[in-house]
Write a protein that binds this ligand. Structure first.
Ligand code: SF4
Ligand code: SF4
Ligand code: FES
Length: 248
């Protein structure tokens, strides 16, 4: 059985194939540990819990994001670091840019109003967003995060919905969250759904972004790209590129 790993060492990028037939491996993470112990001690990757809880071991396998500790390795697999993250060494990436998006959006120094207790139904509504393990897979697959500096991105927007729905947070704080996601946030998303497709925790950032768009419209915000379009004047001409008075 062979495994190819995209290496990044001393500013050099190259593919290296390891024959792991003689190693005892099950998951991809166990293969990485075995390679490091028996074939190449310089191989660098991140992992902590080894059980799908911490999110540290996310990589791309054959171009798709996955948790190395949850993936059963197969012959011919090609392993790469997450995309759109600076690679520090081999499979280890710098997640600070993606994680900083949370800092920008989330309420800081707020106290939850304990008097307003959360009902089980309300808690169930936002429990799923709290299951995010910050693996960054959704940022690795997001076409907007790839090109737009400062884009809030999937997990930060899912977390924004989680707080926007929390009845213990004051209306001012909720309003502040909605205000913070208008620029480089919900309207910049293409709704491609890739973030939802790769999430190992079953979060639905695309669906959450759609809910935040609805909440924003109810709060009086509008889609800036839609507002920027011209739909013509009273004669129904102009913006559609069709002038009914021009004759045929
Ligand atoms: S749905 Fe939006 S946030 Fe999710 S990957 Fe696509 S562009 Fe990014
Ligand atoms: S939303 Fe899902 S894919 Fe994105 S960081 Fe959280 S757990 Fe990972
Ligand atoms: S090592 Fe923690 S999720 Fe894989």
């Amino acid at each position: 059985m062979k495994l190819t790993i995209r290496r990044h060492q001393n500013d050099q990028n190259y593919d290296e194939t390891f024959d792991i037939a003689s190693l005892k491996v099950t998951t991809l993470l166990s293969a990485l540990y075995e390679i490091k112990a028996k074939l190449d001690a310089t191989l660098t990757f991140d992992a902590e819990c080894r059980s799908g809880v911490c999110g540290a071991c996310a990589v791309r396998v054959n171009g798709r994001e996955t948790l190395a500790c949850s993936y059963r390795v197969a012959d011919g697999d090609r392993i790469e670091a997450l995309a759109y993250h600076p690679v520090l060494r081999d499979l280890r990436v710098d997640k600070s840019q993606a994680q900083a998006t949370l800092e920008r959006i989330l309420p800081r120094g707020e106290t939850l109003e304990a008097a307003s207790l959360v009902t089980p139904e309300e808690e169930a509504r936002f429990r799923i967003q709290s299951d995010c393990i910050l693996c960054d897979s959704c940022y690795s697959v997001c076409p907007v995060f790839a090109v737009e500096e400062g884009f809030a991105g999937p997990f930060a927007l899912s977390r924004a919905l989680r707080y926007a729905e929390d009845p213990r947070l004051g209306e001012d704080s909720k309003g502040s969250i909605l205000q913070k996601i208008q620029e480089k946030g919900i309207w910049d998303c293409t709704l491609c759904g890739e973030c939802t497709a790769v999430c190992p925790q079953g979060l639905d950032p695309k669906g959450d972004i759609m809910q935040l768009r609805s909440a924003s419209l109810r709060a009086g915000y509008s889609d800036p790209t839609f507002a920027a379009q011209s739909f013509g004047g009273g004669d129904f001409g102009g913006g559609f590129g069709f002038d009914p008075n021009a004759g045929f």
